[in-house]
Design a protein around this ligand. Structure first.
Ligand code: AHM
Ligand code: MG
Length: 311
């Protein structure tokens, strides 16, 4: 049998890549978050896919993996000693960790967790701020990243120098896959969340008709991490989750879900909006704040906003 090949000299680890793109403390924090994601990657493969018997701050039923992923991330953030506080989709209050530490981390530990049992791709979303979070805007994040656990586990991150993609290799290291992910202005695919809103919203119905007339293709999985990753990976597309009868402000949460994606997509040349203003400029007023969300190719985001008549 041939001896295993040593790692290629040309392979670039997440650590090496961050050396030139993040100050040391931020680099260490991103590496700690990436390490937590490796444990979640393992937990998804080995944990029973049942309900945990508890509900989160939004009254949603938690699956065991939501609870476990939250605990894994908490432990890594605590041990990093770089995090003053964190805000999680799965916990009601801000959790204080190391008061003198420079960063706050916001996260959704397992987005799309209702898809665990059907074995669809799911993900973790993170945003990093210096100091407090409430009163800030997503543009003020110093880094954002997500990890998608699909057939492959991929991490996409930005610390303000573009949006970069890494793949988890067999020895547990994130290796650079694509240096820059870029999003073109025009979209060929659409991901329409909250179709129930169509019943009340004629403009939304006209938008869907326009997409079909333009021969655009539907790509909607029910996990925003996967659906927005599709846009970043293919370099075009639009995702939206507008308000509707059940959720007038939409279902998605500004601080943990929309803010980090707004930052990553902006760094890749795309844009995002709540229909009236950029998500990057929308102030965070509460940890449970929801927002309508439109994200992806710039021209298509503009077209959606004009159809929905909110610009
Ligand atoms: P979750 O954080 O509880 O998993 O909910 C967020 C998810 C998003 O990933 C996805 O875009 C949306 O909920 C799907 O909602 P719907 O079931 O209405 O299509
Ligand atoms: Mg979520």
């Amino acid at each position: 049998m041939d001896a295993p090949m040593p790692p290629s000299a040309s392979r670039i680890s997440l650590n090496k890549h961050l050396f030139e793109r993040a100050p040391d403390r931020l680099r260490h924090l991103i590496l700690d978050i990436a390490r937590a994601a490796k444990y979640i990657h393992y937990a998804i493969r080995t944990t029973e896919a049942g309900l945990a018997g508890s509900r989160n701050q939004f009254g949603e039923e938690q699956v065991k993996l939501d609870v476990l992923s939250n605990a894994i991330i908490e432990q890594h953030l605590r041990e990093s000693r770089l995090v003053a506080r964190y805000i999680s989709e799965e916990q009601k209050d801000v959790v204080e960790l190391s008061p003198e530490a420079p960063y706050s981390v916001v996260f959704d530990p397992l987005d799309g967790s209702s898809l665990v049992d059907v074995n669809f791709a799911i993900g973790s979303i993170f945003g990093v701020y210096e100091g407090e979070v409430i009163g800030k805007k997503p543009r003020e994040q110093v880094a954002a990243l997500y990890v998608i656990y699909g057939p492959r586990t991929v991490l996409v991150c930005s610390s303000g120098h573009g949006t970069h993609e890494f793949i988890l290799n067999d020895v547990g290291e994130f290796i650079l896959l694509r240096e820059h992910l870029g999003i073109g202005d025009a979209a060929k695919v659409f991901a329409p969340g909250n179709l129930h809103a169509m019943v009340e919203d004629a403009p939304y119905r006209s938008l869907l008709e326009a997409w079909l007339q333009d021969n655009m293709s539907l790509r909607y999985s029910g996990c925003m991490v996967a659906d927005v990753h599709h846009i970043l990976s293919k370099g075009q597309g639009v995702f939206l989750y507008p308000g509707g009868p059940t959720y007038p402000e939409g279902k998605l949460r500004h601080v943990f879900e929309c803010g980090p994606f707004a930052y990553l997509v902006d760094q890749a040349g795309g844009s995002s909006s709540d229909g009236a203003q950029s998500i990057l400029e929308k102030e965070i007023t509460a940890i449970d704040q929801r927002t309508p969300f439109i994200i992806g190719s710039k021209k298509e985001v503009e077209r959606v906003c004009s159809f929905l008549g909110r610009v």
